[in-house]
Design a protein around this ligand. Structure first.
Ligand code: IDP
Ligand code: MG
Length: 139
């Protein structure tokens, strides 16, 4: 059964381009509540570990470099059917293919610099949330 939490990051391009406030506003307007939030920067080791599932993909090096290039916002979000609902809100990986009104359509630069992360399963939402937040930081 679907759980009610997902994990997101507002990625370096979106922070640098000044979209952080609008993206948080869109998330709240869509009915998500914020259980934890952190303005932070990933180390190379953290980015490599977070994206380890993509280690064999040709864009892995580029992805790690990009994700460590600036500050991000990491957050745990809550809503009914959170994982799927948030993937719907952010849209396709490539903003050129993302539906009108989605966060990636509105704010992403490219398929690589695509503004936001959203967990793809309940299992990964729990793993990714725990990667960034201790239990005491989740409210
Ligand atoms: P997702 O974020 O929509 O789940 P994934 O396929 O899991 O997409 O890829 C993880 C991240 O890797 C993407 O969000 C994007 O930043 C980056 N990425 C995915 N595909 C490409 C690509 O073809 N070129 C460069 N970067 C990519
Ligand atoms: Mg993914």
């Amino acid at each position: 059964m679907a759980t009610n939490r997902t994990f997101t990051m507002i990625k370096p391009d979106a922070v640098q381009n000044g979209h952080m406030g609008n993206i948080i506003n869109d998330i709240l307007k869509a009915g998500f509540s914020i259980r934890a939030m952190k303005y932070t920067k990933l180390s190379t080791d953290q980015a490599k570990e977070f994206y380890a599932v993509h280690a064999e993909r040709p864009f892995y090096g580029e992805l790690v470099e990009y994700m460590t290039s600036g500050t991000i916002v990491a957050a745990i979000l809550e809503k009914e059917n959170a994982v799927q609902s948030f993937r719907d809100l952010i849209g396709s990986t490539d903003p050129a293919e993302a539906a009108e009104g989605t966060i990636r359509k509105n704010y992403a630069e490219s398929k690589a610099k695509n503004a936001v992360h959203g967990s793809d399963s309940d299992e990964n939402a729990a793993i990714e949330g725990a990667f960034h937040f201790s239990p005491e930081e989740i409210h």
